[in-house]
Design a protein around this ligand. Structure first.
Ligand code: BG6
Length: 498
């Protein structure tokens, strides 16, 4: 069914969106631009409205001016259409609210009086410590009904116990079927493509297991440093900030068994099985298979940049990691013995998220012995930037003098040049649209969050016992030398060509 034949109700359901943290960074950088783009694409119903909620005193016009400024900053000028902008701003209203006391919440109920009898979506773009209070006050003020949904952002807690506490507080008001936990990686077009690639192509379906895959590599590198978030980041570190959620979600999508269908629970049940099967680290493996790093001063784009301990607001004694590399695995029939090499860090030379599936070599090899190391296919999935997929294959090198010399080359699908008219939407556009439609398959279920914490908690506890300081790496490098040694000790290397 294409969009034109679907009912309006299905493609653009009406909602009332109450946004807590309406003047915060996430709202300005991500949520307003995403909603604006949905409006521009004709995917926001005329009757859809947004109520901004924050502590600051502001009237509706003042709020619209702030949102307009955010859109002018974060939406490309060529995509900022005056008519759409006016239409979008006209949907907005604002109420000042102290989130921690019940008094002001009646304003939400009042606002709902004008509603088109549609679901209320509560978006909590605020710290998780406020989730419990907000949910309770919403309920007590009579603002909710059995259609209301809540959207929450990561990090959900700091470890298993704190995440359980937060989830309990949300769960006391909203049933799981109406809780939308965001991991924005799941909203990325290329991440969703992992599901299409794996389950729509029989070619890969038959090869996707330990009989054919030798190892899997996942890199999520960021060029930026801490960007004024030192306080938050130092409490968390790269393992909690990136691995517990985004990287483990990527592992799940690569490693999970085919779900019976695309229903949220069918997919999430399979992901949970992967999380339960993640290999824990033994004491012996910890020193060998896990590398923690922290960046020191170096260069980025040719400019000198400070080290982590010299960033604004830094505590000079911090032992928090800004880089993690590890060799782990999924202990089940499909993946037994296949290493998953994972690395992620801040202040790397470039922004790059990429998955490489390394297939096994031919069981019987008949070409020149000195080319043997060429003889394995690789599937390179580039998540960002330059989204695309490349399958490295071997062909005969051309020329009369080449005999049966082999040559490695990619079968390459570059999304931007193959589909030039298609704008790759930001993750938040897709996620907001799915919330409006009431579909949960791109959101994280409570047990996923908890299994991921369980695995991370045991790693963090083991690090603590080991008591080692993170290894230093210069800003603008690919991380500590030990992270290269970690993979070369297995006779492999991090994939570099694309
Ligand atoms: C966030 C982390 O979840 O993801 C940030 O808190 C990180 O530290 C960001 O920079 C990376 O997201 P993206 O979409 O830029 O890869």
């Amino acid at each position: 069914m294409n969009a034109a034949t679907r009912s309006d109700e299905e493609t653009r359901p009406v909602i009332d969106l109450a946004l807590f943290g309406a003047l915060g960074d996430l709202s300005q950088r991500k949520l307003y631009p995403a909603l604006y783009h949905l409006d521009r694409e004709g995917l926001l119903h005329e009757a859809t409205r947004l109520l901004g909620l924050a502590r600051q005193e502001l009237d509706d016009d003042g709020f619209r001016a702030r949102v307009k400024a955010a859109l002018t900053t974060y939406v490309k000028a060529a995509e900022l259409d005056r008519e759409v902008l006016e239409r979008f701003l006209a949907r907005l209203e604002y109420r000042q609210l102290d989130f921690t006391t019940e008094e002001g919440y009646a304003a939400i109920r009042e606002w709902r009086r004008e509603s088109a009898d549609c679901p209320l979506v509560i978006y909590l773009a605020v710290g998780a410590s406020l989730y419990g209070d907000i949910c309770r006050h919403l309920e007590a003020s009579g603002s909710l009904d059995e259609q209301s949904r809540v959207v929450v952002e990561k990090p959900i807690g700091y470890d298993l116990d704190s995440s359980a506490e937060i989830n309990d507080a949300i769960g006391a008001v909203f049933p799981e079927s109406r809780v939308y936990r965001i991991d924005h990686y799941l909203g990325k077009e290329t991440v969703q493509n992992l599901i299409a690639l794996r389950f729509a192509n029989p070619l890969f379906g038959t090869q996707w297991n330990q009989n054919h895959v030798s190892h899997v590599e996942i890199t999520v590198a960021e060029k930026v440093g801490i960007e004024g978030r030192w306080g938050y980041f130092d409490e968390a570190g790269q393992l909690r900030d990136m691995v517990q959620n985004h990287l483990l979600q990527l592992v799940c999508l690569i490693a999970m068994d085919p779900p019976a269908n695309l229903d949220a629970d069918a997919i999430r049940d399979e992901k949970v099985k992967v999380l339960k099967a993640l290999q824990p680290f033994s004491e012996a493996a910890l020193g060998r298979d896990v590398v923690r790093g922290q960046y020191i001063a170096g260069t980025s784009d040719g400019k000198s940049v400070p080290g982590y301990l010299e960033e604004e607001g830094a505590n000079r004694d911090s032992a928090t990691e800004t880089f993690v590399a590890m060799k782990t695995g999924v202990a089940n029939w499909r993946w037994a013995g296949v290493p998953f090499y994972i690395r992620t860090g801040k202040r790397m030379p470039e922004k790059l998220s990429q998955i490489v599936i390394h297939f096994r070599q031919q069981p019987h090899y008949i070409f020149d012995p000195d080319q043997r190391n060429l003889a394995a296919n690789k599937l390179v999935i580039r998540l960002q930037p330059d989204e695309g997929i490349a399958l490295e294959v071997l062909t005969k090198d051309s020329g009369l003098d080449k005999g049966m010399r082999l040559r490695r080359g990619p079968l390459h699908l570059d999304f931007n040049s193959a589909f030039p008219k298609t704008r790759i939407p930001d993750a938040y556009e897709r996620l907001l649209l799915e919330v409006m439609k009431g579909r949960q398959y791109l959101f994280v279920r409570r047990d996923e969050v908890e299994h991921a914490w369980r695995w991370c908690d045991s790693l963090i506890a083991a690090w603590k016992d080991l008591g080692e300081a993170p290894r230093r790496y210069p800003a603008g490098s690919w991380g500590p030398v030990a992270s290269i040694a970690m993979i070369t000790q297995d006779g492999r290397s991090w994939y570099e060509d694309y």
